[in-house]
Design a protein around this ligand. Structure first.
Ligand code: HEC
Ligand code: HEC
Ligand code: HEC
Ligand code: HEC
Length: 476
């Protein structure tokens, strides 16, 4: 992960040494507040070692064996992040993050989810009598990868708790080496110099890094995937979009302050989210293609979950727009590839991404070896958010455009624009149009001539009108 070249070489000036001494003093003071036995059984590197490590890049590399996870309880002391209510006296944290997470955050339930009746049914539907022990184990490891991303045994500190679910360190980084320094006065400086990151701390304040952290599970990554088998067995399909999920997540951080200090937060979430999701989806494709290339027995190729679901799952009616409209260059009769994660990125990506899409859609079994070669060269770039409305190719595309416009609207409100009932009405009407009818898992009727106001042209018109309303309000 870290190469020598990417590590910043800290200077050895006096300031630095002073900071290190301060770090030691402060860490010892801080330890008095943290439950003693948190560190007793598994002390990890000493503060002196850490201070030395921070002071020399070689030392730092030496301590960079993969850091251990200490578990959520190591954050949960009441003087640290385990308060019952937010404590307004502290400028950098609410001090009740643990309780908030335990109580409100869906991530704290993700381990229990694997024991639910729904999970048992999913696993049962996936299993075949011929499955070997190894296949069963790797299937479970896949579930754990996202629902309880416990690292291997050797990376668990003594305080790591088996049922910790998606807990603090999954997003903020394994804390073995930063838990000490992060309660010292030197910490803000260490964050600035990049030393905090070198100790394993993940800078979730940075929106691009935040989006990448979410995408590793919500899009998937090598060895953790929600593929069409899982979906058909009952797992929710993963259609992640950063602004939507960020809005849904109950915040344990000072969200209002963050918005106040950055009125363009929502645009950054959208933009960095598009790139992070695109990158994760490309990496997932690369992993799948290379497994297919090696002809591994359990490799599925191509993976249906990467294509437009509703190209296959729809009513068989005649005439249908699908029989006459080629969507964004997709050959008739083929499902569009990457319609969710790449719909907004396609136009800005130069030739490589459209070329990859062409290969993925060009035959029922694209050649995995040439896909492995193609993914290598793909560079992603995002279009400007206020220039993205286009004739939607499918539901995925229309919904991605809708979500981008909603992000623009939020950014306008964050920068002080007052509520506008006409705008709200346009958004509501578009949302209702894109929503699945009751009892359906698919956008039944969308784009069909028979449904009033729902052809691709109609939806395009509504999207354009909403964009114009937003641009007008932006100028006011
Ligand atoms: C280690 C994997 C992982 C990471 C990282 C992760 N999530 Fe999740 N997330 C999950 C899992 C698993 C669930 C399902 C929890 C359950 O119900 O069991 C989930 C659920 C959610 C939900 C609730 C969805 C619903 O349908 O109610 C939201 C919202 C969410 N995550 C947002 C985020 C955001 C935003 C980030 C990044 C800041 C993030 N997640 C990072 C794995 C992850
Ligand atoms: C690539 C990451 C990933 C993998 C692998 C994964 N999940 Fe999930 N799972 C999620 C996310 C993210 C959600 C939340 C979905 C959402 O709302 O968007 C979720 C939701 C669920 C839910 C629905 C929870 C609820 O009550 O709403 C169940 C059940 C579930 N997962 C079980 C499993 C099982 C069983 C496996 C293994 C066979 C598994 N998951 C593998 C990421 C994953
Ligand atoms: C799903 C990912 C995720 C999980 C799990 C998570 N966090 Fe966070 N956390 C974030 C994000 C995103 C932010 C906002 C950006 C920032 O301030 O770093 C944040 C912010 C914070 C902050 C800064 C608070 C502020 O007001 O600025 C603290 C402290 C914190 N988290 C502690 C914790 C603790 C303790 C846990 C476990 C009990 C935890 N987090 C679990 C993603 C996560
Ligand atoms: C290339 C065509 C194709 C694509 C693309 C596709 N599927 Fe499927 N799907 C199928 C087929 C074929 C079946 C098996 C139907 C059967 O055996 O009854 C199936 C089965 C399912 C099932 C189980 C249905 C049942 O009643 O048992 C679900 C759920 C599902 N798909 C959801 C999705 C989702 C969500 C997506 C997009 C992420 C998707 N599919 C993409 C062809 C596709």
């Amino acid at each position: 992960m870290f190469t020598k070249a990417t590590l910043r070489m800290p200077s050895r000036d006096n300031n630095r040494i002073l900071q290190s001494i301060l770090a030691i003093v402060w860490f010892n003071v801080a330890l008095m507040f943290v439950e003693r036995d948190t560190f007793a059984a598994d002390p990890g590197p000493s503060v002196e070692q850490l201070a030395m490590a921070i002071d020399s890049a070689d030392g730092l590399l030496a301590t960079l064996r993969p850091q251990k996870f200490l578990g959520a309880r190591s954050c949960a002391a009441s003087a640290c992040h385990g308060g019952i209510d937010p404590d307004p006296r502290f400028p950098l944290s609410r001090r009740n993050e643990y309780v908030h997470w335990l109580d409100q955050d869906p991530h704290s339930r993700s381990f229990q989810t694997l024991e639910s009746a729904r999970s048992k049914a999913i696993l049962q539907r996936l299993s075949r009598s011929t499955d070997s022990e190894a296949v069963r184990a790797s299937r479970l490891a896949n579930c754990y990868g996202c629902h309880n991303p416990q690292p291997d045994q050797s990376r668990r500190g003594a305080t790591y708790y088996e049922r910790d679910s998606v807990s603090c360190e999954v997003c903020h980084g394994a804390s073995e080496q930063w838990i000490g320094p992060h309660v010292t006065q030197a910490w803000p400086g260490l964050k600035q110099t990049g030393d905090a990151a070198a100790l394993g701390f993940v800078e979730t304040e940075n929106i691009s890094i935040r989006a990448k952290a979410c995408a590793q599970c919500h899009v998937g990554s090598a060895g953790r995937e929600v593929n069409h088998d899982l979906i058909a067995a009952g797992h929710p399909a993963l259609k992640f979009e950063m602004t939507a999920y960020h809005a849904m997540l109950p915040k344990h951080w000072r969200d209002e302050e963050e918005r106040k200090s950055n009125s363009q937060l929502e645009i950054a979430l959208w933009k960095d989210g598009q790139v992070a999701c695109g990158e994760a989806a490309i990496n997932l494709l690369a992993w799948r293609a290379s497994r297919a290339k090696e002809e591994l027995p359990d490799a599925v190729w191509p993976e249906f979950a990467e294509y437009d679901c509703y190209a296959c799952h729809h009513d068989l009616v005649h005439p249908s727009w699908r029989q006459t409209n080629s969507t964004s260059g997709t050959p008739l009769g083929m499902p569009a590839w990457g319609s969710w994660y790449f719909s907004r990125l396609m136009s800005k990506a130069g030739e490589d991404l459209p070329q990859l899409a062409k290969q993925m859609q060009g035959s029922f079994r694209p050649d995995p070896a040439s896909i492995v070669r193609s993914v290598d060269s793909v560079q992603l770039a995002v279009p400007k958010i206020d220039a993205l409305v286009a004739l939607p190719s499918n539901w995925d595309d229309a919904t991605q455009q809708y979500l981008a416009l909603v992000a623009m609207e939020q950014a306008q409100r964050d920068s002080g624009k007052i509520d506008d009932s006409e705008l709200t009405a346009s958004i509501t009407s578009l949302r209702q149009r894109l929503a699945f009818p009751q009892r359906y898992d698919s956008p039944k009727g969308l784009f069909e001539q028979s449904e009033p106001g729902a052809t691709r042209g109609d939806v395009h018109k509504s999207l354009s009108e909403l964009m114009n309303q937003l641009l007008r309000r932006g100028e006011q």
